[in-house]
Design a binder for this molecule. Structure first.
Ligand code: HEM
Length: 118
C-alpha cells in the first residue's frame, strides 16, 4: 500500500475519532441520553482509533521515518482520544473543558505531523 493510501486512511480514522468524541462528549453532558445511537458512535470511535494508529505506523514505515519524539507525543494524543469518553462519563463537569481540549489537541496532532519539530 502506498504512502498516499495510508495517509487517506489516517485522515479517515482521525475524522471518525473527532465525530465520535464530539458525540460522546455531548452524551456525557446529558442526564438522559437513552435515545441516541450510542453503539454506532462507539463503533465509529473504535474503528477510527484503529485506522489512525495502523495508518500512522504505515506512513512512518513508508517514509522511512525514525521513531522520533513527535511520534511518541502523537501516541499519547491517541491514548487521550481513546480514554476521553471514559473520563467524560465519570466526570461530566469536565465535558466543556474536554470539548475545547479536543480541538486544541487535534491542532497539536496536525502540527506535530506536518512540522515534525523534534
Ligand atoms: C488520534 C490522534 C491523531 C490525530 C488527530 C492525527 C492527525 C494527523 C493529521 C491532521 C495529519 C496531517 C495529514 C496531512 O498531512 O494532511 C497527520 C499525519 C500523520 N500522522 Fe497523525 N494523528 C493522530 C495520531 C497519530 C499516530 C498515533 C501516529 C503514529 C503512529 C501518527 C502519525 C502520523 C504520520 C506519520 C503522519 C504523516 C506525516 C507526513 O506525511 O509527513 N498520527 N496526523
Amino acid at each position: 500500500m502506498s504512502y498516499e493510501f495510508y495517509k487517506i486512511l489516517h485522515v479517515i480514522g482521525v475524522l471518525m475519532i473527532f465525530a465520535a468524541v464530539g458525540a460522546n462528549l455531548v452524551i456525557a453532558s446529558l442526564k438522559d441520553a437513552t435515545t441516541t445511537f450510542k453503539q454506532e458512535i462507539g463503533i465509529t470511535h473504535g474503528i477510527g482509533l484503529f485506522l489512525a494508529i495502523i495508518a500512522g505506523f504505515g506512513i512512518i514505515a513508508k517514509l522511512g521515518l525514525a521513531f522520533k519524539g513527535w511520534v511518541l507525543v502523537k501516541m499519547l494524543i491517541w491514548l487521550f482520544f481513546g480514554g476521553i469518553t471514559a473520563i467524560a462519563t465519570r466526570k461530566p463537569d469536565l465535558v466543556k473543558p474536554l470539548w475545547f481540549a479536543t480541538i486544541l489537541i487535534g491542532i497539536l496532532a496536525a502540527y506535530l505531523a506536518i512540522y515534525k519539530p523534534f
